[in-house]
Design a binder for this molecule. Structure first.
Ligand SMILES: N[C@@H](CCC(=O)N[C@@H](CS)C(=O)NCC(=O)O)C(=O)O
Length: 221
């Protein structure tokens, strides 16, 4: 595995962060080696809020990716950057414009329509400031998001989200399924997603990005 640019690639990540998980998969699909830099989102109020880390990602979120002399934030533009600047082992996007659009549509349903509603900071606010049930909230919005993805997949799916090659849509779907399981979403209502997930679980690039095998995962996870 080789990086297309600088060899000093660092990923600032938290084992259970779905957005970090997306980038870990994308880096693996591209065959880019990276050094794992753990940012603990929960310890002492969260290392993501430290002065030092805010210089890397002013939003106080993981992931951040140091690559080619830049520090990049936001998982979707990071994947686009990797696609455009690192030829790598695989393409993350289909070449056909319509399929590329479909791929982006799935990413956006997850990236802007689902994950932000169950982000740690949002859940804390719902629980602490509004006395809401953050698990029920998360379950509701993840179910809604995955229902939309399931509908899109009816037209696009092969072995994976878009045909028979893994794409960025799969990089986004698998971490969202991980979150769905965390919040005990009833996954039996998503047969297409489940079928794709079973296929993706077989790929080494996805296995190597799983939260449980990250260096900062608790030993009993
Ligand atoms: N749109 C951003 C979202 C990043 C994000 O929400 N990261 C979460 C973990 S998945 C985080 O760092 N949360 C920390 C917090 O809420 O304080 C991306 O795709 O990278």
């Amino acid at each position: 595995m080789e990086s297309g640019g600088s060899t000093e690639v660092e990923l600032f990540s938290y084992w259970r962060s779905s957005c970090s998980y997306r980038v870990r998969i994308a880096l693996n699909l591209k065959g880019i080696k990276y050094e794992y830099k753990a940012v603990n989102l929960v310890k002492d109020g969260g290392e993501q809020k430290s002065e030092d880390y805010l210089k890397k990602n002013p939003q106080g979120f993981v992931p951040a990716l140091a690559i080619d002399g830049h520090t990049l934030c936001e998982s979707l533009p990071i994947c686009e950057y990797l696609e455009e600047n690192h030829t790598g082992d695989r393409n993350l996007y289909p070449t056909d414009p319509f399929l590329k659009y479909k791929c982006r549509q799935i990413c956006e349903i997850i990236n802007s329509g689902t994950q932000p509603l169950q982000n740690l900071a949002v859940l804390k606010k719902i629980k602490v400031d509004f006395g809401g049930d953050m698990n029920e909230w998360s379950k509701f919005y993840i179910t809604k998001g995955l229902k939309s993805v399931e509908a899109v997949l009816a037209d696009t799916k092969g072995k994976y989200c878009i045909g028979d090659e893994p794409t960025v849509a799969d990089c986004f779907l698998v971490p969202q399924i991980y979150n769905a399981n965390r919040f005990e979403v009833d996954m039996t209502q998503f047969p297409l997603i489940n079928e794709i997930h079973e296929n993706l679980k077989e790929l080494q690039e996805f296995k190597d990005a799983h939260p449980d095998v990250m260096p900062d995962a608790p030993k009993d996870s």
